[in-house]
Write a protein that binds this ligand. Structure first.
Ligand SMILES: [Mg+2]
Length: 120
C-alpha cells in the first residue's frame, strides 16, 4: 500500500509539483492548515505532512506547533517548505519538531530523497 502524504500550501501549484515528483506516494491536499486540522480530526492519519510556512489563514509554524502539541498527531513527521533561507528560521523549526526543512525553490529530486528517507 502506498504511503499517504498530507500537503498543506496556499499555492496549489506547489502541491501539484510535489505530487508529480513523488508519484510513489498518495497525496491529500489542503490550501490551509485549518482545513487540514479538521481532516486530521476526522481520524485521518497521514504517514507524513509537508507544510508551507507563509499561508494567510494560519502560518506553518503555528500549524507545526499545533501538531507537535497534540498527542494524536505529534508522531507524524512534518517537513516544512519555506522561501526564507535563514539559518535562524531553520533552527527554530527543527527545534519545534520539524523532521526536515526544505527551501523553495527546491530541487524536486532533493525533496524526493529527503521525504523517502524519512518514510523508510
Ligand atoms: Mg505560501
Amino acid at each position: 500500500m502506498k504511503k499517504r502524504i498530507l500537503i498543506v500550501d496556499d499555492k496549489e501549484t506547489i502541491a501539484k509539483l510535489v505530487a508529480m515528483y513523488l508519484s510513489d506516494f498518495d497525496f491529500v491536499y489542503f490550501d490551509n492548515p485549518i482545513k487540514a486540522i479538521s481532516w486530521l480530526h476526522e481520524g485521518n492519519i497521514p504517514d507524513l505532512i509537508i507544510s508551507d510556512i507563509r499561508m494567510p489563514e494560519m502560518m506553518g509554524d503555528e500549524f507545526l506547533a499545533y501538531l507537535k502539541g497534540n498527542e494524536l498527531f505529534k508522531s507524524i513527521p512534518v517537513v516544512m517548505l519555506s522561501a526564507e533561507d535563514s539559518s535562524s528560521a531553520r533552527i527554530k523549526l527543527l527545534e519545534s519538531g520539524a523532521a526536515d526543512y526544505i527551501v523553495k525553490p527546491f530541487n524536486p529530486m532533493e525533496l524526493k530523497i529527503r521525504i523517502t528517507r524519512i518514510l523508510i
